[in-house]
Design a protein around this ligand. Structure first.
Ligand code: TMP
Ligand code: MG
Length: 195
């Protein structure tokens, strides 16, 4: 990616749910393998939607991954000769993930991250703002709004078919049974009226 540069860097793929983040991550990981790079991939314990030990896209593509509980665990699992470190669902880690990514990039590794930039409320998700600032390269993907077919930058959470309330918990693992992509105009986050 950087002509004549031999050091490490951080690449971040972000966007709403169903925007193809994991598809893009897997595409880049496969290309790194074709280039004979040693690749290691991690994902947080929290997301148990699909088979453990695999990064999985909504379209059904997979790439082998190690499930970890924390950023520190990744640190202890990266082999000395690994060139590329991939992390999916990076929004679920705490802010120490940024320190880990920095140290991996400082030790000449290509760090490939994928995560949700915004939560269902349309607010920055966990450590994503910090990672967006630190990354050398950012790809922001969009999905298709399920209401109007325009480009979607937001994720709508639906509980029994109704927009989830602003005060609902941020973390709720799920796929199309609870979430759909929406554009800014059709994204709804009702707030409870205070008495
Ligand atoms: P995805 O980006 O690969 O589609 O996965 C996003 C995961 O994050 C999915 O399990 C649902 C979860 N999630 C939350 O926990 N809170 C949220 O506010 C949103 C939008 C998604
Ligand atoms: Mg994904």
């Amino acid at each position: 990616m950087y002509y004549g540069y031999n050091g490490g860097w951080i690449e971040l793929i972000c966007g709403s749910m169903f925007s193809g983040k994991t598809e893009e991550l897997i595409r880049r990981l496969i290309r790194a393998e074709i280039a004979k790079q040693k690749v290691q991939v991690f994902k947080p314990q929290l997301d148990q939607r699909y088979k453990a030990g695999k990064v999985s896209s909504h379209r059904g593509n997979h790439f082998e991954a190690t499930v970890v509980e924390s950023a520190d665990e990744i640190f202890s699992l990266v082999d000395p000769d690994t060139n590329v470190v991939g992390i999916d669902e990076v929004q679920f880690f705490d802010w120490r993930i940024a320190e880990l990514c920095e140290s991996l990039a400082d030790s000449n590794r290509r760090v490939l991250l994928a995560g949700l930039d915004l939560d269902f409320r349309g607010e920055p998700f966990g450590p994503m703002p910090l990672l967006l600032a630190l990354a050398e390269n950012v790809t922001k993907l969009q999905a298709i709004c399920m209401v109007c077919g325009a480009l979607a930058s937001r994720t709508q959470r639906l509980i029994d078919g109704r927009p989830a309330n602003y005060d609902d918990p941020v973390i709720m693992v799920g796929a199309s049974e609870v979430y759909e992509a929406r554009c800014r105009m059709h994204h709804q986050v009702p707030r409870t009226e205070k008495a």
